[in-house]
Design a protein around this ligand. Structure first.
Ligand code: PLP
Length: 369
């Protein structure tokens, strides 16, 4: 890859291909793959990622919000798109753009049916979301009878899938809890299928669910983080390749004398002569202030350069006292050679939060051999 001459988020489509193949190798050929491309495909670029996955033969996409689905339709994505978190105000766009809503409550089911009937829809695909322990979105087991009765009174919608979401599929200490969720989901779907008289698709596994719970694959799996190269597990990470590399360049180098300071509010005070490199990336680009004062770092010439003082809106200063480098040299924030998981862990967060936060002002570049 060419050296960065400004701040760039490189999106490696070969890595995406390789991750897709690895994850699909974990599921039966008859199991469908849904790719989660919410939040700009986890901070990358939803359209470019979705187009690539479409050529690989993905069965479904999921986004969180309706406008994210609209963006994909505007880019001529034809694959079915599940909207995980629609609100009644979005129903018109959902139907106009052939998006498929997750229906998670009595209110959303009633209002969607009303909307679909008023717009002369028949068998409009909906996805029923059940809460099996996350207590976030979803019907409960005791809504089953009401759902079946409500659906039997309309031809406007058809249940395309029944699904749930695991709360802790990456945490094997909570295996019993997860197995309980899977069991509940199995029971709920069996009961509902018996009442509906037809078999919608069943799905409940996210990336770590795919890896840790083969018994939870059902008819489809939903992968997000794995496609972008993180497996929530060091063993799995060996098989996955980070899709995103965030890199920048050294704008200026300062030699800071003893007792001089660096950055706002004198966040760093030099105890000895310190070489400081200024980089054009800051909290407005998605590097939170909590990485400041030595918690976070960048990699320059293969060495860790800790952040000096406070993160500014558009810049950070890093310690290059012991690194041979000059103005114009490249600095890597994260990528295949500088783990986003490790960097995120330095401020007690997870790769998901770091990669999805890279702001839209950072230029995206696509790499594909
Ligand atoms: C975000 C999300 C996923 C993807 O989870 P990963 O851990 O990134 O694979 C799957 N299902 C639902 C309902 C989600 O919200």
């Amino acid at each position: 890859m060419p050296k960065a001459t400004e701040t760039l988020l490189e999106i490696d489509l070969n890595a995406l291909n390789s991750n897709y193949k690895y994850i699909t190798s974990k599921i039966a050929p008859s199991t469908k793959m849904l790719a989660v491309v919410k939040a700009y495909a986890y901070g990358n670029d939803a359209v470019i990622v979705a187009k690539e996955l479409e050529t690989l033969g993905v069965s479904y996409f999921a986004v969180a919000y309706t406008n994210e689905g609209e963006t994909l339709r505007n880019a001529s994505i034809k694959t079915p798109i599940l909207v995980l978190h629609p609100l009644p105000v979005n129903f018109e766009t959902i139907v106009n753009r052939c998006l498929e809503p997750s229906i998670y409550s009595r209110k959303t089911l009633k209002e969607f049916i009303e909307f679909a009937e008023n717009h002369n829809q028949s068998n409009y695909p909906i996805h029923l979301k059940f809460n099996t322990g996350l207590n976030r979105l979803g019907f409960n087991h005791n809504d089953l009878l009401w759902i079946a009765e409500t659906l039997s009174n309309t031809k406007s919608v058809k249940v395309k899938s029944i699904f749930s979401h695991l709360a802790a599929s990456e945490d094997l200490k909570l295996k019993e809890f997860t197995q309980g969720q899977i069991k509940d989901f199995r029971e709920i779907s069996e009961e509902l299928i018996a009442k509906l008289g037809y078999k919608p698709l069943l799905h409940c596994a996210n990336t770590s669910g795919i890896i840790n719970y083969p018994e939870a694959h059902f008819n489809m799996v939903r992968s997000g983080i794995g496609l972008y190269g993180f497996g929530n597990d060091p063993e799995e990470n060996k098989h996955l390749k980070p899709v995103a590399t965030l890199k920048t360049v050294i704008s200026q180098i300062h030699v800071v004398q003893k007792n001089q300071s660096v950055g706002y509010n004198r966040g760093f005070i030099a105890e000895t002569v310190t070489r400081s490199a200024t980089l054009p990336i800051g909290h407005a680009d998605g590097i939170p202030r909590s990485y400041g004062k030595g918690k976070g770092w960048v990699t320059i010439a293969g060495k860790k350069a800790p952040i000096l003082g406070n993160v500014c809106m558009d810049m950070i200063m890093v310690d290059v006292t012991n690194i041979t480098c000059e103005e114009g040299d490249e600095a890597i924030i994260f990528g295949p050679s500088a783990s986003a998981e490790d960097l995120a862990a330095s401020i007690n967060t997870i790769s998901y939060e770091l990669i999805t936060a890279i702001s839209q002002r950072v230029k995206r570049v696509i790499r594909k051999n």
